[in-house]
Design a protein around this ligand. Structure first.
Ligand SMILES: C[S@@+](CC[C@H](N)C(=O)[O-])C[C@H]1O[C@@H](n2cnc3c(N)ncnc32)[C@H](O)[C@@H]1O
Length: 427
């Protein structure tokens, strides 16, 4: 009998009643519009809701079908992580930071934390395809517990790697070594799994090349193929996403794109679905889209969903649907109060023949703006978008209207920096 982690409240996930409502279909700069199929046929999804409910709702369609899941949950750090908006975040002047709600990693005790983690990992295991892989990203706070839990769910023999991601950074600790690594536990669904070794090879260190160039007999008797490169070790150095990095979104605990790139290249193939149910700033989905994979991105906070959406729109991304988990079936999403109609904007957003003009007074408070149409079933088709770059320049004052919409009434949706969302119909 292998060792098993038990705690008083441990239980298997219970069924959750509810539905994923498609709120909008986003066609980045009109790409793929008009669609040929129904909204639910789109393979790329951004879903707002508690992932336990979201995964349950996805199960009938995706059980055994997802080749790669990356999970980066709260770490049991007992901290609150605010998001930072825009630049103005001189690390020496925290009082000047413009903050927004981020996410919370507070738990009553380890049992409560494991009550969150365990059922979600059980469900993620069910979603994985027969050749699929799970990467679970944690640190010293909870990785020892997670290792035993994953052994139980996957079988200890399905353990593939314990990846150590090392980085630098300031730390207030003076009574111990600085804790500067995270642990990524990797498990496969079966012994037959995807691992694209050639996609992640790295150049050998210059000293290794020099040594073997002067003597082929160096080392431990194995002659490396210097031109082909080496298989990376299970410890990876990537810098953390710091204040001045271009990829920085301001969302807390954002992971480096380079880290996700290596995981996606190694453990998925073009066209595969890569899922991240704790998506945060959307690093996984942005890299998946860039590498020709499909994505399912999900988070419980509005800020994460909004940041991921803006990030996808800022890169080159295929169309995706935006969904929300709802326990009721018949709510008409297009009429939900999360985008109330505000006629007051009429004078500030005007329509010219082939463009929408935005008043310069409105620009500094806007985080994103979309122009599109509603379908008869209340799904918003977002056809052209403007997004404020994360480094707080304003969005452009003009959006061009695609030629086939020039004669249609258009609904403009605005999201403010403070999270307020409104829409207006422009004839
Ligand atoms: C460590 S962060 C993820 C960071 C992300 N990998 C990135 O690169 O930006 C953890 C995320 O999990 C989300 N989260 C926590 N509990 C959740 C739940 N029950 N369902 C969905 N998301 C959840 C938080 O809102 C937070 O955005």
């Amino acid at each position: 009998m292998p060792p098993l982690l038990t705690w008083e409240t441990k239980k298997q996930p219970a069924p959750i009643q509810g539905f994923l409502k498609t709120e909008s279909v986003i066609f980045p700069q009109g790409t793929g519009y008009p669609p040929s199929g129904a909204a639910d046929d789109f393979p790329n999804r951004l879903i707002w809701g508690d992932n336990l409910a979201v995964i349950s709702a996805l199960m009938p369609q995706y059980e055994g079908k997802i080749p790669l899941i990356y999970a980066d949950p709260p770490f049991f750090s007992n901290r609150h992580y605010p998001a930072r908006i825009g630049r103005g975040e001189d690390s020496r002047r925290p009082r000047e930071w413009q903050l927004a709600e981020g996410y919370t990693d507070h738990w009553q005790d380890i049992d409560t934390y494991l009550d969150m983690l365990y059922p979600r990992l059980v469900l993620m295991h069910r979603l994985l395809s027969p050749t699929g892989t799970l990467y679970l990203h944690l640190d010293w706070h909870a990785n020892a517990y997670a290792r035993l839990i994953l052994d139980e769910i996957f079988g200890a023999e399905q353990f593939l790697n314990e990846i150590v991601w090392v980085y630098h950074g300031p730390s207030p600790i003076r009574s111990a070594f600085n804790r500067k690594h995270d642990t990524i536990l990797v498990y496969t669904k079966s012994p037959e799994y995807t691992f694209n070794v050639d996609a992640v090879r790295q150049p050998y260190d210059p000293t290794t090349i020099k040594t073997f160039s002067s003597s082929a007999k160096a080392g431990f008797g194995k002659i490396p193929d210097l031109a082909r490169g080496k298989v990376p070790e299970d410890w990876w150095y990537f810098p953390v996403v710091a204040r001045l990095h271009n990829e920085r979104t301001g969302y807390p605990t954002q992971k480096p794109a380079a880290l996700m790139e290596r995981i996606i290249l190694a453990s998925s193939n073009p066209g595969d679905i890569v899922a991240d149910f704790f998506c945060g700033s959307g690093t996984t989905s942005a890299m998946a889209a860039q590498l020709g994979r499909h994505f399912i991105a999900n988070d419980i906070t509005w800020r994460a969903i909004h940041t991921t959406k803006n990030r996808l729109l800022s890169g080159s991304c295929p169309p995706f649907i935006q969904q929300v988990f709802d326990s009721e079936k018949n709510l008409e999403i297009g009429e939900q109060p999360n985008f109330p109609v505000n006629p007051d904007w009429a004078g500030m957003i005007t329509r010219k023949a082939e463009s929408i003009e935005i008043d310069s007074l409105l620009l500094p408070s806007l985080d994103s703006l979309e122009a599109g149409v509603y379908t008869p079933d209340h799904i918003y088709h977002s056809i052209t978008q403007a997004v404020r770059p994360f480094r707080r320049k304003t969005i452009p004052p003009r959006l061009s209207i695609p030629s086939h919409l020039v004669k249609h009434p258009i609904v403009v949706r605005m999201t403010m920096i403070n999270g307020k969302q409104e829409q207006i119909l422009i004839e």
